[in-house]
Design a binder for this molecule. Structure first.
Ligand code: GLN
Length: 466
């Protein structure tokens, strides 16, 4: 093993490494890729960074892994993450936290939950990595580590073989050194898969491709963007926003305007309610998905002590889950189970679903391209205020310190997701691109969001601003 690789493992980025492939030679065809540990691989374990699955190796590859192998890419290892994808700082992992490789002088978070994927790219263990993004888990680590992170439109990349956290939100995402690598991997894996029941049908893919082609035709040259309309959502500047992330965004806006793009302020009024709605929906779905890990059908089995009472099955279940799941996962299961009880369902789960519809409608109101998933949606070519993409800070701050004391009940980790969850609730493509931070500052990301299915447009605008 080269000293270079040993140093990178120290970031906690990859918990298993295929040594034969780790000293990669970069070729045009084959990109070295790390795979988040909640994506099934038959050649390496899939633990979801949980004690519950510490001994699990999948008998099959996820569709995305199959496609990468088929295209000749090299899988270098499995990337650390927050347990079952739950977290924003990659501190909830049986493999330990992930350190942000940007600088060793301070112990800062690589972001979560795909922190290992972002750190592996940043520290050059690979040139691209797969992550998953349910509420920001690709974009937040990308922003904190200074790499590119794409959460595609929901349903565009197969989830078959990806361990479910919250099915209605989960997306496989791509992280990379630059937009070109992300685009190459995205194109390799963004294919219809009949094994994924939530996959977008070939018909809507085709319709979205037409919308996207119209959009791209308006801004074909990077030097003349006179046809491109960029919206800055005014609700994405909450009081928690650090000044370190605002200045780089301003530079990006100026650069776009200088090339002819028109940049306008838009309003997405339901944004302030998105974070609470997200945590209700994600926890509710998680409580149902994670019920399968009971020590009997799946996962770590912990038998009760011999003296325990007669209800043996219930005890195996309780003992296995108490020992197998970490505290954050247990918290989400309890919250989610509560939100689905008859008493709380109307006030929490249904309300959250209503907020989700409002968030979706907000986006549809501002985008010029139509949403092909909505029956009566129309393109707004004549509406001078409609925009092609949105631009906003990826995160409210640069990478948080890992050694910061967090009091019990501190909600700051959840607030990190406030700018990423709206696109997740609406299923829209969103990509964080690193932009030039102020001198000596930690990396800062700017996010481009597009209409559903306009992933190519998001990638093109990303290339312009990177
Ligand atoms: N931080 C969010 C959560 O914990 C998002 C995680 C994700 O996107 N997987 O749910």
């Amino acid at each position: 093993m080269s000293p270079h690789i040993r140093q990178n493992i120290a970031y906690g980025a990859l918990y298993t490494l295929d040594l034969a492939k780790s000293n990669f030679a970069v070729s045009v065809e084959s990109i070295p890729i790390a795979i988040k540990d909640n994506i099934c691989t038959k050649s390496m374990p899939t633990t979801c960074s949980s004690k519950m699955l510490q001994d699990f190796t999948s008998p099959f590859d996820a569709t995305v892994v199959e496609l990468l192998n088929k295209a000749g890419h090299t899988l270098v290892g499995k990337a650390n993450c927050d347990e079952f994808g739950m977290g924003s700082l990659n501190i909830h992992s049986v493999h330990g936290p992930v350190l942000n490789p940007h600088s060793k002088d301070q112990r800062r978070s690589a972001g979560g939950s795909s922190g290992g994927s972002a750190a592996a790219v940043k520290s050059e263990m690979c040139l691209a990595a797969l992550g998953t993004d349910t509420g920001g888990s690709v974009r937040l680590p990308a922003s904190y580590c200074g790499v590119v992170g794409l959460k595609p439109s929901y349903g565009i990349i197969s989830r078959w073989g990806v361990v479910s956290y919250a099915d209605s939100l989960d997306c496989v995402g791509v992280l990379g050194k630059d937009v070109n690598y992300v685009e190459r991997i995205f194109k390799t894996i963004a294919l219809y898969d009949h094994r994924d029941p939530s996959a977008a049908s070939p018909k809507v893919r085709k319709q979205a491709a037409t919308e996207c082609a119209n959009l791209l035709a308006r801004c074909t040259t990077a030097s003349n963007l006179s046809g491109l309309r960029v919206g800055i959502p005014q609700e994405y500047f909450p009081s928690e926003l650090s000044s370190a992330v605002v200045e780089p965004l301003r530079h990006t806006i100026t650069a776009l305007t200088e090339r002819g793009a028109s940049v306008v302020s838009v309003s997405l009024p339901s944004t302030p309610y998105a974070l609470s709605a997200y945590y209700v929906i994600a926890s509710a779905e998680a409580s149902s998905n994670l019920a399968r890990y009971d020590g009997i059908q799946y996962g770590l089995r912990v038998d009760p002590p011999k003296t325990a009472d007669t209800k043996k099955t219930a005890n195996v279940y309780a003992h296995s889950r108490t020992e197998g799941f970490g505290p954050e996962v247990q918290k989400r299961i309890l919250l989610g189970t509560y939100a689905l009880t008859a008493d709380a369902f109307d006030n929490y789960f249904l309300q959250a679903q209503r907020v989700r519809s409002l968030v979706r409608a907000d986006f549809d109101r501002v985008f010029r391209a139509r949403n092909v998933l909505v029956a009566d949606s129309e393109s707004k070519d004549d509406d001078a205020s409609a925009v092609d993409v949105l631009l906003h800070p990826s995160a409210i701050q640069t990478a948080p310190r890992l050694d910061e004391a967090r009091a019990p009940g501190d909600l700051s980790a959840y607030v990190q997701d406030v700018l990423t969850v709206p696109a997740s609730l609406a299923g829209l493509p969103a990509m964080s691109v690193p932009v030039q931070p102020a001198e000596d500052s930690w990396p800062v990301g700017v996010t481009v969001v597009g209409q559903w299915g306009c992933d190519d447009a998001v990638l093109q605008v990303g290339k312009i601003i990177e």
